[in-house]
Design a protein around this ligand. Structure first.
Ligand code: HEM
Length: 182
């Protein structure tokens, strides 16, 4: 089981209705995004640090938290610029971010509330800076697309590991999952 990141983002773009207008709004506010990114990173990591389980993951290695601040800022800025108009490079990058989280055991129960925190903090800042609601709508949509990548990576990697370990076919695996709910 594996996904094609480009096809996946195209599906998500349609499902979430991430429009050309949303893209234009984000691009036009890229400087504002750059300006607030370090504060957003601070909020994000102090939120993660307040949860004992996530805090111990964050402080797993000494330089990790430092590196994470930098990668969060890059991630945040990329949502505004779209890298290659939210195309191949953007989707490959989001898929990789998903895989990095799977590898360290971070799943939907961690990333969903974390992404809600990002949207909440951005919303507060947006209001304080007198920005338009349309910017929050566009940002919320792209955050949901990015979140879907991290969650889907978890499902794809877990399923692929079971299929590989057991030798089951994908069809058998899917049937077992759907019929196992009581
Ligand atoms: C809104 C959800 C999240 C976003 C957007 C995000 C973003 C990122 C990015 C961009 C990277 C770098 C990936 C790379 O190296 O290519 C990363 C790595 C990582 N993230 Fe997240 N993250 C999220 C949620 C979480 C949560 C909930 C945790 C829980 C502790 C977490 C912990 C980590 C760790 C430990 C790494 C690897 C750091 C390293 O050693 O290099 N992340 N994250």
């Amino acid at each position: 089981m594996s996904i094609n990141p480009r096809e996946f983002i195209e599906t998500l773009i349609k499902r979430i209705d991430f429009t050309q207008e949303d893209r234009a709004i984000l691009k036009s506010q890229a400087d504002w995004g750059k300006q607030i990114a370090p504060d957003m990173a601070d909020h994000f990591y102090s939120y993660l640090g307040s949860d004992p389980e996530m805090s111990s993951i964050l402080n797993g290695t000494e330089e990790r938290i430092h590196r994470l601040h930098k990668t969060f800022i890059e991630w945040f800025n990329e949502m505004f610029i779209g890298i290659d108009d939210w195309g191949n490079d953007y989707s490959e990058r989001r898929w990789r971010i998903g895989l990095v989280h799977v590898k360290i055991g971070i799943g939907p129960q961690h990333v969903v509330p974390a992404m809600a925190t990002v949207i909440h903090e951005v919303g507060k800042r947006l209001e304080a800076d007198g920005k338009d609601q349309t910017l929050l709508d566009a940002l919320s949509k792209i955050c949901m697309i990015d979140l879907a990548f991290i969650d889907q990576a978890y499902i794809e990697v877990s399923s692929a590991a079971i299929i590989q370990e057991t030798g089951w076919t994908e069809a058998l695996f899917k049937r077992m999952v759907t019929t196992s709910v009581r």
